[in-house]
Design a protein. Structure first.
Length: 105
């Protein structure tokens, strides 16, 4: 008789080291292929007068890429749901006049 596969429930948590660097980004571009989504995180600095002039001519602002993350299509829905939940928790805390005391997982 064939053995039935066992189901194991577990939680994955980041194993951060104390020296794990953080990267700041204030812009995220999203693209996709049939197989995955690419999130390109950039840091957009305030524009100088020269940058504004160049942007008016080219209609492009170049920002340095800080990180590029490629995720399989299968996790995009859960990623979007997690972002929505975190945004909801943030908005609820702001509406209550308080601040989040720490990460909400």
């Amino acid at each position: 008789m064939a053995e039935q596969p066992r189901q194991v429930n577990f939680t994955i948590v980041p194993a951060d080291a104390p020296d794990t660097p953080r990267t700041y980004a204030n812009f995220c571009g999203v693209s996709h292929t049939p197989f995955d989504f690419t999130l390109t995180f950039c840091e957009v600095q305030p524009l100088s007068e020269r940058d504004v002039q160049a942007a008016q001519d080219e209609h492009v602002i170049r920002a340095p890429v800080r990180a590029r993350v490629v995720v399989p299509v299968q996790i995009v829905a859960s990623l979007a749901a997690a972002l929505q939940e975190q945004l909801r928790a943030y908005n609820d805390a702001q509406a209550a006049g308080g601040h989040l005391k720490g990460p909400v997982h």
